[in-house]
Design a protein around this ligand. Sequence first.
Ligand code: GDP
Ligand code: MG
Length: 389
Amino acid sequence: MFEGLKNKLQNIKEKFGHSIKDAAGEAVREEVRPETPTSAHAEVSEPVFEPETPAVEPLPETRAPEPEPVPRTPPPEAPAVPEEEPAVEPKRFGGIVSRVKTLVLERELVISEKDIEEPLFELEMVLLENDVALEVTDAIIGYMREDLVGSHRKLGTPVDEIVMSALRGALLNVLGDGLDLLEYIKVHERPVKILITGVNGTGKTTSIAKMAHYLEANGYSVVLGAGDTFRAGAIDQIVEHGRRLDIKVIKHQEGSDPAAVLYDTVEYAQGHGIDVVLADTAGRFHNRKNLMNQLEKIRRVMKPDLVVYVDEAVAGNDAVVRAKDFNDLVGTDAVMLTKADMDSKGGAAISITQTIGKPILFLGTGQAYSDIVPFRPEAVVDELLGVEE
Ligand SMILES: Nc1nc2c(ncn2[C@@H]2O[C@H](COP(=O)(O)OP(=O)(O)O)[C@@H](O)[C@H]2O)c(=O)[nH]1
Ligand SMILES: [Mg+2]
C-alpha cells in the first residue's frame, strides 16, 4: 500500500536531513573561526579563568578587585605572561578552543528558508507526482515551512527527528482526526443507519459486506438493505454476501424504489433490535439531477446517520474531484477508499479529507471480507514515513 510514495518520502526525509546538517556545519565553522580571543568571545572563554585552574594564577589582571570577575580580553598579553610555566600555555589555549566548540555545539541553529528550499521543492514535486491534490500539496509544504523555517534547533538534536516531526505534523494536519466507527456506534442511538453511495464499480457492495463482517466481529448486529435495485445482478450480489456472512438482507424486486427497500430495512432493524443498518445504493443514474433526486428521497425516508461516499484509492485525483463533487451535490459524512492494495501513490488517501473536509472511515485493502482497515491517521503516517510499530 502506497509503496511508491513511501519510498519517495524516505528519500526526501534524507534530503531535508542533509540540508539541515550542512547548515549546522556552516554555523559551527562560523562560530569557531575567531578562536583567537577577541572581545566578542570574552564570555565564551570565561570558564578558562576559573580559580581552580592553577595556570591562571599568574595573570595579575584576573585578580583585580573589580566587581565583574571576567577579564574583558585576556590574551594579547598572554604570550608574554609567565615564562616560569611554559608547559601550561598550549594546554590552556587548547582548552579555550575545545570549550568554544562545546559551547557552540550546545547553542541553537536557526533554520532558514534557504536551508530547506531545495528539499521543499522536491517534496512538492513528489506529492504532485503521487496525485496529491494541488491545494493539499500547498498545505503540506506550508506546514513544513512554518514548522522548520525560523525554528531554533539545538545543534546537538538529531536532524532525523527534526525532519520527521515536521513531516509527520504536516501530514497529520491534512489527514485530520479520522472517524472511529465503533466509537461512533457506541454513543449513538440504535439502529445506526449508514447509507453507502458512490460511482458504480468502485466497490460499494463489497465494502458493505466487509463493514458488516467488521462490525459483527466487534459485537454489533447488522442488517443489509439491497438498495441498488437498478439491476437484478446487484440484488443477487448482496444477497450472496449476506448468505456467506449469515447476515439478514432486506430486498425488493429489480427496478423497485430504493427508498422503499431501505425504509423496510430500517423498520426491520428497529423491530429486531439490530445495531446497524448498512444500505446499498446504485451508482448509475441517467444524469446528476436524477441521482440527486433519488438520494434526496432516500435521505428523507431512511434518515441516515452517516452517508459514506465510496471511491477507489487507485483513481487518485479523479477520486478526489468526484468526492468533492459528490459532497457538494448531495453531502457526505465520511469516505471509504477501496483498492488501496492496488494504489502505490496514496494521493487520494492524503488529499480527500483536506479537500472535502470529511474524514476517511476505512481503506479497502483486497477482495476478502477481512481486507478492511479502519483509517487511523497516525498509523497511516507512520506507514508512509517508515516508522516501525
Ligand atoms: N483489490 C481490491 N478490489 C476490490 C476492493 N473492493 C472492491 N473490490 C473489487 O471491485 C469490484 C467492484 O466491486 P463492487 O462491490 O461490485 O462495486 P460496486 O459496483 O460499487 O458495488 C469487485 O470485483 C470487487 O471485488 C478492494 O479493496 N481491493
Ligand atoms: Mg454494487
